[in-house]
Design a protein around this ligand. Structure first.
Ligand code: FAD
Length: 433
């Protein structure tokens, strides 16, 4: 039997690990493991996976389990140390190969290494494949990852010359019914309470009212691209702050892999062919390249992604004041614009890109507080947390990353430009405090 160990690739379509596992006639089984590594508290005392992302994850797993069921592939759900569970499973079910998405960031890399080091896996190869990119690493126009430019524009111009984007892989055909695995998929996807989390209180103000899973992801594409055609206004609206339509809101699906970047790109190209191609539609592609860029930056710089001096090894006077951290988290700072954004994040797990840049700049550049504490709070809260985008953007906004201009935001000015009528601040602060 072959095993697909699902990580942040929770989809049946355009999934190389699944496609490779389905070659031949051997039975295939899927696995998702709630590993304590990602479901414990971090060094600041924040749950690494907070309730908003956990809820989105559970919804994504329910959807994945249904998709796999249609392919006659059971999805096992495990709780506990992957490095204990997977070797047991291998031994009990005569698993011959394990397919998974290739990961390289610190925790993910160590986890996969620990699993692979088990004696039970001595003759059972782990077969990883890159599946999280828009542009596959083998198709980059750089001979070596060390040649990756430190400036996004240089990267973008180099890749845009050819834009070697692969066609999404089709969903595998259903497995033959006469050759099913002995494992029955257990529907034991836990509840939030079972994960030790309190379900979020519904907030009608949320800009992200969507639930998880590939199906809802594809629905969002249908709505944002084809029905409302809001994609044709994207570049003009993308700095918005209120509501579902100012940006695509695709990041949570991309983050846990229930949508692939290639699938979104293909829809975008279809839309441009059939409806319109303008600067706004191009801008979505531009932003997806930012997403790839931060992945490549993390690949190039390895664990420096989590170092205080960042990838530039910059020495600043950093502090970490608990009271300031609490005030920032609770939205009790001197800026109402920061406060509104931080309250939105705490209430919904969402914050706009404009908001993220401002609250990060305030925390790291103005207060000169350890940027990693801010990044950890985002990791805990964001429904779309993604290790590369989060730490890459945090470094960028903290002066230790890839910002060639080393910007620090004038927050009063930003509030005036982006929330001129105070609509956003009033939404989240009510009384305007
Ligand atoms: C401090 C900080 C932390 C961030 N943390 C995360 C994170 O954990 N996860 C995450 O997905 N994004 C993160 N971002 C990037 C960006 O804010 C979000 O991707 C975006 O707001 C998601 O909304 P959207 O899907 O509507 O984006 P859209 O504006 O519709 O963009 C489309 C897609 O392009 C990609 N994209 C857009 N902007 C960026 C960017 N600056 N960097 C990387 N990819 C981008 C995303 O995949 C996004 O879904 C962070 C930005 C900052 C400033």
């Amino acid at each position: 039997m072959k095993l697909v160990w699902f990580l942040n690739n929770l989809r049946a379509s355009d999934n190389e690990a699944l496609v490779r596992a389905c070659e031949g006639r051997a039975p295939v089984c899927g696995l998702y493991c709630f590993d304590p590594l990602f479901f414990s508290d971090d060094r600041y005392g924040f749950p690494r996976t907070g309730t908003f992302r956990a809820r989105f994850l559970l919804q994504s797993l329910h959807d994945l389990s249904r998709q796999l069921e249609a392919l006659n592939i059971p999805l096992l759900i495990a709780h506990g140390d992957s490095a204990k569970f997977i070797p047991q499973l291998v031994a009990e079910h005569n698993i011959s190969e394990i397919f998974l998405q290739r990961e390289w960031t610190r925790d993910e890399r160590q986890l996969i290494k620990r699993v692979g080091a088990s004696p039970a896996l001595q003759h059972v190869p782990l077969k990883p494949s890159y599946d999280q990119f828009l542009i596959h690493p083998d198709d980059l126009p750089f001979a070596d990852i060390r040649d990756l430019p430190e400036v996004f524009t240089h990267f973008r111009k180099a890749v845009e010359k050819a834009l070697p984007i692969r066609t999404p892989l089709p969903t595998p055909k259903p497995r033959p019914r006469d050759n099913l695995t002995s494992i029955r998929g257990n529907a034991q996807i836990p509840s939030l309470e079972e994960l030790g989390l309190r379900p979020p209180i519904p907030d009608p103000r949320t800009a992200f009212p969507f639930s998880g899973g590939s199906s809802t992801g594809h629905e969002r594409i249908q709505n944002y691209f084809w029905r409302s055609k809001n994609i044709t206004r994207y570049k003009q609206t993308r700095n918005g702050l209120v509501g579902t339509e100012y940006s695509s809101k695709l990041s949570p699906w991309l983050a846990n892999g229930s949508l692939s970047a290639r699938e979104i790109y293909r829809e975008l190209k279809d839309f441009e062919r059939d409806v319109v191609a303008n600067e706004d539609t191009y801008w979505l592609q531009f932003e997806l390249l930012w997403r790839d860029y931060f992945k490549y930056i993390s690949m190039k710089h390895g664990d420096r992604l989590f170092a205080l001096g960042g990838i530039r090894n910059r020495q600043y006077e950093w502090d970490l004041d608990k009271e300031k951290l609490t005030a920032w988290i609770e939205g009790r700072t001197r800026y109402d614009f920061v406060n509104a954004n931080m309250r939105e994040l705490a209430a919904t797990g969402w914050m706009s890109n404009r908001g993220r840049q401002n609250v990060a700049s305030y925390w790291a550049r103005e207060l000169q507080q350890d940027w990693r504490a801010g990044a950890a709070w985002f990791e805990s809260q964001l429904v779309d947390y993604d290790v590369h985008s989060n730490y890459g953007n945090w470094m960028y906004n903290s002066g230790v990353g890839n910002d060639p201009r080393d910007r620090r935001f004038d927050i009063e000015r930003q509030a005036t430009v982006y929330d001129p009528g105070r609509r956003y601040r009033e939404l989240w602060l009510g009384d305007g405090t």
